[in-house]
Design a protein around this ligand. Structure first.
Ligand code: ATP
Ligand code: MG
Length: 557
C-alpha cells in the first residue's frame, strides 16, 4: 500500500515529503499564492491556487495569499478585490492576514542600502538601451558599466536622493553587482530599483522608487517563512539570482523554489495582458464575460468550483510545457453538473403545437423527476394542456427515415406526458411552418404502463403557462487552437465571430420563475444552463454553460 501511494505522488509532493523526512524547516510546509493585481485571475491561476492551497492542506501546513504589488502603474484595488473573491469562491482560505509585497517596501529598501554598503550594488545612470546593449549574449560576457565602481558613499547619496524624488523617471536605477560574465543572463548586474513617480494603490505617494519583481519576490517569500515557493517554469533561470539575494541578506530557513509547467489550454489565451486587451477593446463585455477563461467568467458561465478543482487535480503537475484540451475541462464540468442539476424543460426556438382532441381550457399536472442521479431531489409539477410549444427543429415536413422526431403521420412521446401523433401543420404565406396539429392518445400517459414503442421523446412547455426568457448561447471565444501561435498575426484575428448567440422569446416551464442568479439546470436534451447576473424579475436571462455533448469533437474530424 505504501509503495502504491508513493508512486502516485507528483514531483512536488516527492520533494516536500523528502524535506519532511529530513526534518527541513522544522517539518513545516508553508506555500503561497502570489498574484500580481494587474488583472482578473484566469484558469491558469486556478491551477496554481489549487496546487498551493492543496499542498498546504495536504501537509497540515499553511498557505499565504500575497499580492505582488511592485508595479504601481498597472495595479488596482478592483483587481485585488476580484482576486480575493475568486480564491474564496474556489473554496480556499489563506492563513493569517492577506500579505502585500508593498508591506515590505521599507525592508526591501533597507536591504538595498545594505547591499550598497557592502559594495554589492551601485547606482547606474545609463539608459535602459545602453544597459541592455552592454549585457552581452549567453556566449559573450557583458561589459562593465562605467558607474560600476563608484564609491559606496556616492552610491548611498544617490540612492537616497532617488528615494527623495530628486530625479526623473528612468534617469537612474540601482543595480546589483553580481557577475557580468555569468552564463546566466539574470546574473549580469540586474536592476534592483527604478524611479517611478506614481501613485501606489496602497502606499500612495510615499515612494517614488520601486523594487523590481526579482528583487522583491524571493525576499517576500523569505519574510513570510515560506518553505516551498512554487512557480512556473519561466522563473527557473531566475532561481540562482533569488538565491544570490538571500545569500547576501538572509539567515536561517529559506524558501526553496520549485518550478512547474504552466497550464495551457487550447482555443484560449491566458495572459492577463491579452485578456485586458479583449476587455479594453470591447471584444467581450468585461472580465467576467462568460466566454472569458477568467475565474469570474467561468463562474458567471455556470462552472462550479468543484469542477475547476477537479480539473486542476486531474491534469496534475508537469515539468514540461504542454497543452491541455479545453474539452477535458468541459467534460469534467458536465460530469459534475450531471450530478447536481435538476432536469427541466425549456424550448429555445418555439413552435406552436395544438392537440385537437384535448379539451380547450383544461390543464393537468404532469409530475417530473428532478434529477434521476439524485434520489433526494424529488419531483415537481408541470402543467400540460391543449396548446404547447416544442422546438422548431423537432419537426420536419419531409423527414428522412432516421428522423426520430415529429413529422406528418408519425408519433412521438412528450416527455413525462403522452404519445402524440402529427395529423397536419399550418404554414404562413412564405411556406414556413407556424403550427403543428396533433392528436394525443389519452391511454399512454407516462407511468400508466401502456407504452407503445415510439422512437422519439420530445421536451415541451405549456403555451399558456410557460414563462419567457432570454437565452445566451456561447461557443469558444477563439476558433483557432493556438491563437497566440501565429508569428505574423494578432491573436484577436482568431476571435470566433459566432461565440455569442442571443435567443429571445424562449419558453420555459413555469417552475423556473423562481430561479435565482447562478442557479443551475439541465435543460432536457439541450445542455446545462444557469441564470446570468443580468437576469431580473422581468427579464430572465440564462447562459448555456455547456452543451450535453462535445460538439467540437465532430467539427475537428
Ligand atoms: P499572466 O501572464 O497571466 O499575467 P502571471 O504569471 O504574470 O500570469 P501572476 O499574477 O504573476 O501572473 O501569477 C500568480 C501565480 O499564478 C504565479 O505563481 C504564477 O506562476 C501562477 N500562474 C500564472 N499563470 C499560470 C498558468 N497558466 N498555469 C499555472 N500557474 C500560473
Ligand atoms: Mg504577469
Amino acid at each position: 500500500m505504501e509503495i502504491e501511494k508513493e508512486k502516485s505522488l507528483n514531483f512536488i509532493e516527492q520533494i516536500i515529503e523528502k524535506d519532511l523526512e529530513e526534518g527541513k524547516n522544522e517539518k513545516r510546509v508553508h506555500t503561497r499564492f502570489p498574484p500580481e493585481p494587474n488583472g482578473y485571475l484566469h484558469i491558469g491561476h486556478a491551477k496554481s491556487i489549487c496546487l498551493n492551497f492543496g499542498l498546504g492542506k495536504q501537509y497540515n501546513g499553511k498557505t499565504n495569499l500575497r499580492f505582488d504589488d511592485t508595479n504601481p502603474t498597472k495595479e488596482e484595488d478592483e483587481y485585488v478585490n476580484s482576486i480575493i473573491e475568486d480564491v474564496k469562491w474556489l473554496g480556499f482560505q489563506w492563513d493569517g492576514e492577506i500579505c502585500f509585497t508593498s508591506d515590505y517596501f521599507q525592508q526591501l529598501y533597507d536591504w538595498a542600502v545594505q547591499l550598497i554598503k557592502e559594495g554589492k550594488a551601485y547606482v547606474e545612470e545609463q539608459s535602459a538601451e545602453e544597459i541592455s546593449a552592454q549585457r552581452g549574449t549567453p556566449q559573450m560576457p557583458g561589459t562593465f558599466s562605467p558607474f560600476r565602481d563608484r564609491s559606496i558613499e556616492e552610491n548611498l547619496d544617490l540612492f537616497d536622493r532617488m528615494r527623495l524624488g530628486e530625479f526623473e523617471n528612468g534617469s537612474k536605477v540601482l543595480r546589483a553587482k553580481v557577475d557580468m560574465a555569468s552564463p546566466n543572463m539574470q546574473m549580469r548586474d540586474p536592476v534592483l530599483y527604478r524611479i517611478l513617480h506614481a501613485h501606489h494603490h496602497r502606499t500612495g505617494n510615499k515612494w517614488c522608487i520601486y523594487p523590481m519583481y526579482d528583487f522583491a519576490h524571493g525576499q517576500s517569500d523569505y519574510l513570510e517563512n515560506i518553505t516551498h515557493s512554487i512557480c512556473t517554469l519561466e522563473f527557473e533561470n531566475h532561481r540562482p539570482l533569488y538565491d544570490w539575494f538571500l545569500d547576501q541578506l538572509a539567515s536561517g530557513d529559506r524558501p526553496q523554489q520549485i518550478e512547474f509547467a504552466r497550464l495551457n489550454l487550447n482555443y484560449t489565451v491566458m495572459s492577463k495582458r491579452k485578456l485586458l486587451e479583449l476587455v479594453e477593446g470591447s471584444y467581450v463585455s468585461g472580465w467576467d464575460d462568460p466566454r472569458m477563461p477568467t475565474i469570474s467568467g467561468l463562474r458567471r458561465r455556470g462552472y462550479t468550483p468543484e469542477s475547476i478543482r477537479n480539473f486542476a487535480d486531474r491534469i496534475g503537475v508537469a515539468k514540461r510545457d504542454n497543452v491541455i484540451e479545453v474539452s477535458l475541462l468541459e467534460f469534467i464540468l458536465r460530469e459534475h453538473l450531471n450530478k447536481i442539476t435538476d432536469r427541466v424543460m425549456a424550448v429555445l426556438k418555439p413552435i406552436k403545437l395544438t392537440i385537437t382532441n384535448y379539451p380547450e381550457g383544461e390543464f393537468e399536472d404532469i409530475e417530473l423527476i428532478n434529477n434521476p442521479e439524485d434520489e433526494q431531489s424529488g419531483s415537481r409539477i408541470a402543467p400540460f394542456g391543449r396548446n404547447i410549444y416544442i422546438e422548431q427543429d423537432d419537426f420536419m415536413i419531409d423527414a428522412p427515415k432516421k428522423f426520430f422526431r415529429l413529422s406528418p403521420g408519425r408519433e412521438v412521446r412528450l416527455k413525462g406526458a403522452y404519445i402524440i401523433k402529427c395529423e397536419d401543420y399550418k404554414t404562413d404565406e412564405n411556406g414556413n411552418v407556424i403550427e403543428i396539429i396533433c392528436t394525443y392518445d389519452p391511454a399512454t400517459k407516462s407511468g400508466s404502463g401502456i407504452n407503445r414503442k415510439v422512437k422519439g421523446v420530445l421536451h415541451w412547455v405549456s403555451a399558456e403557462k410557460s414563462i419567457d426568457a432570454e437565452i445566451r448561447l456561447y461557443d469558444r471565444l477563439f476558433n483557432d487552437e493556438d491563437p497566440m501561435g501565429h508569428k505574423d498575426a494578432d491573436f484577436k484575428e482568431f476571435l470566433n465571430n459566432d461565440s455569442l448567440k442571443v435567443l429571445t422569446n424562449c419558453k420555459l416551464e413555469p417552475s423556473l420563475a423562481t430561479a435565482k442568479v447562478n442557479d443551475k439546470f439541465q435543460f432536457q436534451r439541450l445542455g446545462y444552463f444557469c441564470v446570468d447576473t443580468d437576469s431580473t424579475e422581468n427579464n430572465l436571462v440564462f447562459n448555456r454553460t455547456v452543451s450535453l455533448r462535445d460538439s467540437w469533437a465532430k467539427k475537428r474530424k
